[in-house]
Ligand binder design. Structure first.
Ligand SMILES: [Zn+2]
Length: 433
């Protein structure tokens, strides 16, 4: 863009803005870093938005960018590029790095790095316990002051109910949620996939759904005891949904997220992939019956958030046998195609309702503010071509993690441009850094 130009105008675009509850054809003006007033000036560079959707502040509240410590899997730059390519303008990074993000200076460091990279807004999540060891509470207050938007020992569950109780107690004063990776390790130990008929046929050790749901039930009770803000990460079990229903009936401050792969795929994929660990993820892919219940739970608002749980690994690690490969799927760059496939193509949700789950709802869970596309708001938005049909090719991912069970799958719907603070970060599938 040359210096004389005033900004950008996206013309005749279908604006889907869940922050303002708007779904209509509009022209969106960008001036400097912000949404500008409509203008008759000819100094704006024009983008033809016909047949495209424009969604503000797409937010993935669960990603693993692995820096510091595991940069061979992903770092803040490669993760940010994957986020921009996937259409995201904001992400929340999980603290299971080395060292663990459990002190305010590390929270600040991640935010500074993200600002320098400038591709996506990063809202760090701090650890609940020091070193994520589950023994001693980290300084949640100081981390919140440094900008941590929530707390999690994700990667591991927080097992000690006494520490969980204390953390939930703090969450009420801080206004930041405690995000639990719900898993009872005694029940899941040694398991590599969902425990059921497929694991029996394949002879692989299983993880029962109850390994998750017993922990969700416990935490819901602790949320009741403390009045705390509990957010359940990557829900994947029928019993967890019942615990969430119970929490809702009691009026507790409990929210949850589900990952696109649990909505789109089942444990039968493990057979289809012939034991290739592309499907290995924790919690594991579930049978179709559970998948259907998760979709229904999203439709009726019981699960308010969809988050990728983007968990990249180095290819060498994922090339190991199924029992030995690490858990995790590279999810940022297939996110939109997947959720459009599940909910829009089949007509299960309208776009405005669907995009609430990746915009206004994660903002509510985390206590973040964004006014929607109003004059003066940061110009953070994504242009999506809902008709684009494309084949997933992990080699082309910007993420260092090329591991996806969707390899070779046709998806419909794709982000075609991403803007953060008035700067394009991606255009025509090309990340601009
Ligand atoms: Zn997790």
């Amino acid at each position: 863009m040359s210096r004389e130009q005033t900004g950008w105008v996206i013309r005749n675009v279908r604006v889907i803005d869940p922050f303002r509850d708007v779904d209509s054809i509009e022209d969106i003006y960008v001036k400097g870093e912000e949404i500008g007033e409509p203008s008759l000036s000819t100094d704006y560079s024009v983008v033809d938005g016909r047949d495209l959707w424009l969604v503000p502040r797409l937010t993935d509240m669960h990603v693993h960018f692995r820096e510091p410590g595991f940069e061979n899997k992903e770092d803040l730059l490669s993760g940010s590029r994957a986020a921009a390519a996937g259409g995201f303008t904001a992400v929340c990074t999980m603290p299971n790095t080395f060292p663990t993000i459990d002190i305010p200076s590390l929270v600040q460091w991640q935010r500074d790095q993200a600002k320098n990279i400038g591709l996506v807004r990063i809202f760090p999540i701090g650890a609940i316990s020091k070193g994520q060891e589950g023994r001693e509470l980290a300084d949640l207050y100081q981390m919140a002051c440094a900008g941590a938007v929530g707390f999690s020992d994700d990667g591991h569950p927080l097992r000690d109910a006494r520490i969980m109780r204390a953390a939930l107690g703090y969450s009420t004063t801080l206004g930041r949620p405690i995000i639990q990776h719900a898993e009872d390790p005694a029940l899941s130990e040694g398991g590599v996939m969902h425990e059921g008929s497929v694991s029996q046929q394949l002879g692989l050790p299983g993880i029962p759904e109850e390994a998750e749901s017993v922990m969700v039930w416990r935490d819901v009770e602790l949320a009741g005891l403390t009045g705390g803000l509990l957010h359940v990460a990557h829900v994947s079990a029928q019993g967890s949904l019942e615990a969430l229903d119970y929490a809702k009936r009691r009026g507790l401050r409990v929210t949850a997220e589900v990952s696109p792969h649990h909505l789109f795929l089942t444990d039968a994929m493990i057979r289809e992939w012939n034991f290739k660990p592309v499907t290995k993820v924790n919690p594991p892919l579930r049978p179709d019956g559970t998948r259907q219940l998760l979709i229904q739970a999203v439709r009726r608002g019981l699960i308010p958030v969809i988050a990728s749980d983007h968990a990249p690994h180095h290819q060498d690690e994922k090339d190991r046998p199924y029992n030995e490969a690490p858990f995790g799927i590279s999810g940022l760059e297939t996110f939109i195609g997947t959720i459009l496939g599940v909910f829009i193509v089949d007509g299960l949700l309208d776009p405005l309702s669907l995009f609430r789950l990746v915009t206004v709802e994660p903002h509510k869970v985390l206590g973040l503010e964004y006014p929607g596309l109003t004059v003066g708001a940061p110009a953070d938005f994504t242009l999506i071509d809902p008709q684009a049909k494309w084949v997933v090719d992990g080699k082309k991912f910007y993420s260092r993690g090329k591991n996806t069970p969707l390899e070779g799958t046709w998806l419909q719907g794709r982000p075609v441009a991403t803007m953060v603070g008035g700067q394009w970060t991606m255009r025509d599938q090309e990340v601009l850094r």
